[in-house]
Design a protein around this ligand. Structure first.
Ligand code: ATP
Ligand code: MG
Length: 259
């Protein structure tokens, strides 16, 4: 790919005392690409994503967004650069409706400084229609909605603000099969719109269904970065568990490579 990456993380380091949570990690993300971030518990996935989302400050390394060096000291800095994060918990305000959740902390105001309810309602309707035309419950408290509907609101909130990069941490972990399928459709749609997505997941099915590339972390280091068509589930499991590809991987891939 010759275009400029949306995100370049270069030689990122984060340690806690003697624990190297992120150990000299470099990683790129291109427009319209879904990159799976995999690894055992404690491998450093969340730390790396928290660094990109401005929620954790690295000890070393550089981040570039569309070729420009950036420094994030809080999540609002990352948001201003077009990087949004959906946490596993979704972080919705349960007692508020979809409209209020979408604009929480970033409310639209009229020119007199009052909340612009009409404009926020219309904008919420638009962005939800783009994601899911059947979504009608704009004024219900989100606590009364299904897991899938809540996920739609979290995604809507993340993409409304001119988002270029979306970080999703286990987006389908708490969902049933039909809701998982819906979130998968949303991810494909966002990719088609040119958004780059980091997908942290333990679910091999989701990963092989959705990702263009996978990056596997082990004890803070990247032990494998592959196009999804270069690896199978056993290869990825071997990277996760042993930190290396099976011994026969290169032989298999050389055999399969076109002449
Ligand atoms: N705030 C912190 N203080 C101290 N150590 C931390 C902190 N956050 C993470 N760590 C350590 O850094 C390492 C990487 O943790 P991280 O949360 O990034 O793992 P992970 O790959 O997201 O795992 P999981 O799959 O369980 O979510 C772990 O050893 C963890 O204990
Ligand atoms: Mg984690």
């Amino acid at each position: 790919m010759s275009q400029t990456p949306l995100v370049e993380m270069i030689d990122i380091e984060k340690h806690f005392g003697g624990v190297r949570a992120v150990d000299h990690v470099s990683l790129n993300l291109y427009p319209g690409e879904v990159v799976g971030v995999l690894g055992h518990n404690g491998a450093g996935k969340s730390c790396l994503m928290r660094i990109l989302s401005g929620a954790m400050i690295p000890n070393g390394g550089e981040i570039r967004v569309q070729g420009r060096a950036v420094q994030f000291s809080e999540p609002n800095d990352a948001r201003a650069a077009g990087i949004e994060t959906i946490y596993q918990t979704l972080a919705l305000a349960d007692h508020l409706d979809a409209v209020a959740n979408l604009f929480l902390g970033r409310e639209l105001k009229t020119r007199f400084g009052n909340l612009d309810e009409a404009r926020m309602y219309a904008a919420t309707k638009d962005v939800l229609a783009r994601l899911n035309p059947n979504f009608k419950n704009l004024r219900d408290r989100v606590s009364s909605l299904s897991g899938g509907q809540r996920q739609v609101i979290a995604i809507a909130r993340a993409i409304y603000f001119d988002t270029k990069v979306l970080i999703m941490d286990e987006p389908t972990a708490a969902l049933g099969p039909s809701e998982t399928a819906m979130v998968a459709d949303l991810i494909r749609q966002l990719r088609a719109e040119g958004i780059g997505i980091f997908l942290v997941s333990h679910d091999m099915h989701d990963v092989f269904e959705l990702c263009d590339r996978v990056v596997v972390m082990n004890k803070g280091r990247v032990v494998g970065a592959h196009r999804i068509d270069e690896v199978d589930k056993d290869d990825v499991l071997s990277l996760i568990v042993k930190g290396e590809l099976p011994a026969d991987w290169s032989a298999r891939n050389l055999a399969e490579a076109p002449a």
